[in-house]
Design a protein around this ligand. Structure first.
Ligand code: N01
Length: 488
């Protein structure tokens, strides 16, 4: 029997899940290295005003850590961050954590993995689990004059509480989920709020500030079995969301009509409504939810600017039509580099193959978790993860359990290295490309779901298919080496 040594990179949803599932399966010899100063991943890095999860909290939680007493139906970022901290403590991960530990290099050699941290510390491991997340490299566009501005500049994913926004003239650049939330939060107390939204997005009305009834919390706390049933029911009913995304049925059309209806009923001003009307279909991009945005952007102190930004000056932003907008604060709600995953670290697999070489044509993996050329390395919430159609926590738990199958076999001396084959990866990615055809994501919008190679980096199957693909590894899809050098 061997005791596999495991390095989990990242202490967000994926890393915490991997840690808990490994522990529950009897694997204790792991360290979770995290570049941030706290756990939580996006919920640690994102602290902008108005941050609220757009997935109801009774389903945006780990299956193994039900929380009965969320204060809102859609919890705020701060409460979700505290939940992650509590889970880490409750499930005994604290001693496994190494915070402020950025991995700069992970190299596979004859004696397994060597993981190097910024500062030079090396960790040897039998397995590396890349749980590095999707939305964690902020994207700031390179707009001419950006360094000239004398006011405050901030990206939403690196919010600085020292920035004064009350009574200020604020620009918010971007109209995605983040832009919509931050506009709603800052508008009421701004002197003027101008949103630069070169592409409007459909905003589906939802009462995001709705409190979760205290009685419900008490009932769920008193009856854990009922809580588990509620979670399972919510998981099951979220299949409707996957169905809307995957198939062009009446359900998709009805949901799209709701988004259109939200705009028509919320925005009476015809010019503003026209400016807020997207060209693409609702749900093509990650659907934005808000109960406050349309009111905020229509307020007397708010303005929507659709013209492209031509430059940033010392005192504001000039748009392509020549108008200068005087500003005190510029907020970039311009999203992320979503397809970086574990990069820019120097990750090298068999024969020195780098992840950049392996992903020269875009990020790809087998069933979200294995990459050809990288033995004993798995991703949790890797390429093609179901952002926005299936619970991420559920997907991470399923993937982590799948990985434990390999850990058990390694422990039992059944192999030394395991690496997915190129053929199996191509086969899987071909099936993904085929299944993308009828999805709503493929109806002609420009979203962050697309890679530079024009593939859609999402999960185009339902949850049942995910269960099937990630329950038991299929040895035929893997190259397995044994201690005596034999291959199977
Ligand atoms: O980022 P985005 P986001 N000039 O990429 C604009 C999750 N999330 O941070 O569309 C002007 O969607 C860009 O314009 P365009 C959620 O999955 C979840 O808002 O390229 N504008 C776009 O409007 C979400 O989908 C929660 O024309 C420029 C915006 O920036 C994902 O994060 C909350 C520009 C970027 O939108 C990302 O959302 C928040 C330029 N040069 C986020 N460059 C939850 O509640 C870019 N833009 C869980």
């Amino acid at each position: 029997m061997r005791d596999p040594k495991i390095v989990i990179i990242g202490a967000g949803v994926a890393g915490i899940t991997a840690g808990v599932i490994f522990k529950q399966a009897g694997f204790e010899n792991f360290v979770i290295v995290e570049k941030g100063s706290d756990v939580g991943g996006v919920w640690h890095w994102n602290r902008y005003p108005g941050l609220t999860c757009d997935v109801p909290s009774q389903i945006y939680q780990f299956g193994f850590a039900p929380k009965p007493d969320w204060s809102q139906i859609w919890a705020t970022g701060g409460e979700i961050q505290r939940y992650h901290r509590d889970v880490v403590e409750q499930f005994g991960l604290t001693d496994h954590l190494s915070l402020n530990s950025e991995v700069t290099e992970a190299v596979h050699g004859a004696d397994g993995w060597t993981v190097t941290l910024a500062g030079g510390r090396e960790i040897k491991a039998d397995f590396v689990i890349a749980a590095t997340g999707v939305l964690h490299h902020p994207f700031t566009p390179d707009i001419a004059g950006i360094d000239r501005f004398t006011g405050a500049v901030v990206h939403t994913a690196r919010w600085d509480d020292a920035i004064e926004t009350v009574g200020k003239r604020i620009a918010v650049i971007g109209s995605g989920s983040t832009g919509v939330q931050v506009v709603s939060a800052l508008q009421p107390r701004a002197a003027k709020l101008t949103q630069f939204a070169r592409t409007p997005q459909w905003v589906l009305w939802a009462p995001m500030g709705l409190p979760q009834p205290r009685l419900l919390a008490e009932l769920l706390a008193a009856a854990p079995a009922a809580h588990q049933r509620l979670y399972s029911t919510l998981l099951w009913s979220s299949g409707i969301l996957a169905d809307i995304a995957l198939k062009p049925t009446w359900r998709r059309r009805a949901a799209q009509q709701l988004a259109r209806w939200s705009l028509i009923t919320q925005v009476r001003d015809r010019r503003l409504r026209a400016a807020l009307t997207p060209d693409d279909e609702p749900f093509c991009k990650r659907q934005v939810l808000s109960g406050t945005y349309h009111r905020a952007i229509g307020a007397h102190n708010a303005a929507l600017v659709s013209d492209a930004i031509s430059e940033i000056t010392e005192t504001g932003i000039r748009t392509a039509d020549g108008t200068h907008h005087d500003l005190d604060v510029i907020v970039f709600a311009t999203g992320f580099h979503p397809h970086n995953y574990m990069r820019p670290m120097n990750l090298r697999g068999r024969d020195g193959l780098s992840i950049d070489e392996a992903w020269a044509k875009g990020p790809r993996a087998y069933r979200m978790t294995a990459i050809p050329g990288f033995p004993n390395l798995f991703t949790v919430l890797g390429p093609n993860s179901p952002t926005g159609s299936i619970s991420l926590q559920y997907s991470a738990e399923l993937t982590a359990r799948y990985i434990t199958r390999w850990l058990k076999r390694f422990r039992d001396n059944e192999f030394d290295t395991v690496e997915v084959t190129e053929e199996a990866t191509v086969r899987f990615n071909d099936s993904v490309a085929d299944a993308m055809g009828p999805t709503v994501w493929n109806t002609g919008c420009n979203s962050w779901y697309f890679t530079e190679e024009n593939t859609i980096d999402l999960w185009p199957f339902d949850r049942k298919t995910m269960d099937t693909l990630l329950t038991e590894p299929d040895d035929r899809d893997y190259l397995i080496t044994h201690q005596d050098g034999t291959l199977s």
